[in-house]
Design a protein around this ligand. Sequence first.
Ligand SMILES: [Zn+2]
Length: 262
Amino acid sequence: MRLLVRLQRLDSELFEVLSEQRGLPEEINDLKSQATAYTSILNARKKKHDESEVQKRLLAAEIQASQEKIKKYKDAQTTARNNKEYDALSKQIEFEELEIKKAESKIKAIDEEHQRQLDLEAKGKALLDENNFDEVTDEMMPTEYLRTRIKSIESEIEEKSSELTAIINETQSEIDALNEKIKAQRALILQLDKHALSNFDALRSGGIQNVVVKFARGACGGCNSRVPASKHATIHQGGFYTCEACGRIVVHERFFEEAIND
Ligand SMILES: [Zn+2]
């Protein structure tokens, strides 16, 4: 029992030292994934924009080529030797004119799509100005806003990272020492009572920080549930009681005093 209490104390000390990091690692991770999400929106937008530009340049080149062909055909028509030759050239001209129309409508569609995106971003900006952040979809987020956000997130990450590094530098030796002690304590308990250790671990991984608690004023020191009177004697005699309400291991407080004096 004393061994378990001691393990609990070491574990709590480690928890306290780690909590000096004040959730910084999690905060930094959240910020990083936020920045990644924003960056991928920007990248997708840029890719789409670049592809549209290439497409438009190709279409413009096609139009120019068709126009040159038309000019050539028209020149040829002035020297056509007969109607048949003239009509054949007219057909070629018509074909090229149709090609120009097709290319122009493709360019128009690209421009319309671009305009649609700009309109969405304008709508997003208006919503942001009204603080209606929840209604702004990824598509609506203004490019400028995304760039600004990424920059400020990056500087926030930098700030928190250096804060975390400072804390780690201060506490790392303490953490290492505690981890060593915990390892030794676990090895000791494992030899004597395998079951107690697995019980402890099961509760601990269930999110309970203080697994071993004091028997205080007739109740479980963890959740304050009453301990049945029939179990009081066991606890006083140095045994333990598993709290029916929370599952914690309730032991006499003298074990805690002994653990501190170890
Ligand atoms: Zn309890």
